[in-house]
Ligand binder design. Sequence first.
Ligand code: PMP
Length: 374
Amino acid sequence: MSRVFNFNPGPAALPLPALERAREELLDYRGSGMSIMEHSHRGKDYEAVHNEAISLLREQLSISDDYHVLFLQGGASMQFAMVPMNLLTAGKSADYVLTGAWSEKALSEAKPMAALYSAAVRAAGTTGTGEGKEKSYVRAATEADVKADDAAVYLHLCSNETVHGVQFAVNGEFPHFGKAPVVADMSSDFLWRKIDVSRFGMIYAGAQKNVGPSGVTVVVVRKDLVDAGRKDLPKIFQYRTHVENNSLYNTPSTFGIYIVRNVLLWVKDQGGLAGIEKINREKAWLLYKTIDSHPGFYRCPVDAGSRSVMNVVFRLPSEALEEKFVSESKKAGLVGLKGHRSVGGIRASIYNATGLDAIHALTHFMNEFAKANG
Ligand code: PMP
């Protein structure tokens, strides 16, 4: 078996022990004579897996009883719609902080709901400069960038912009943006370290970066926000429905949640999030150091304090060299380094399961590539 060094942005690398456990249990889950995929989602075997995944997540992030933990479907993209759908009401408004492509998308998806409800959504602050193709984001927002409305029903931000490689609170706490509950899209930096969940009204994340396979969306939501949610929606779109049914209102992504459980067991084995954070910081430090040590060749456009620990973006002197970098790196067993099509360049996504060995292989390749082409 040969496994590549996987820098995919999501779906992304999964921890090998989580996959090996799945392989071992695939055909016969704990002597039941069938795989976990073939079990009823209402049966004891699956329910134990489901509840273990929830309790492991609660344990790793020290999530208090003030919050519900849900496993939904539809990706983070569905949360772009479900958040305003549940929380906006006529005459009210919600704030959005824009720091890259995904927070922009969240705002644009909220607009039709606001229009339908005679409510409002607004950009409370942006770090974007330029327009159209020239639009760029190179830093997260500070308190000075955001004019928050304390009466807003929520303030939305994206903690890590996967496309632009811009992350909030890399070396410290999240900024305080007024009094409204903060709703955070943490799709690409959920579970990379311990965070203070009590700073947030709600956190959501597509699982396919740090937590598991695609098809599962993790939602951590404060009880008062669930209670305040609209009741005039189809049940499937109300958070309370999923809370009341422990995410088993309809058939969940049972195999996806099973893999999430395996990933969380692996996190625990790594010394929990403290252990994971230490390795993640070393990985990012090594990569940015390599970029900065070739100043005429590699260039990271992101401001020092906002450089993502999860998605390291950089440019080479020309697009032709970037293409060559991607194709030669692939031949060297380094996969998934092409930047997002909307911004170009190179992007190394280095989520939890991408180990130090992958980083050493990449930095070695980068040094050699610069020597040969610089
Ligand atoms: N938000 C962020 C920060 C993302 O990185 C992504 C996916 N790359 C999304 C939202 C959309 O997620 P999904 O494809 O699960 O809907």
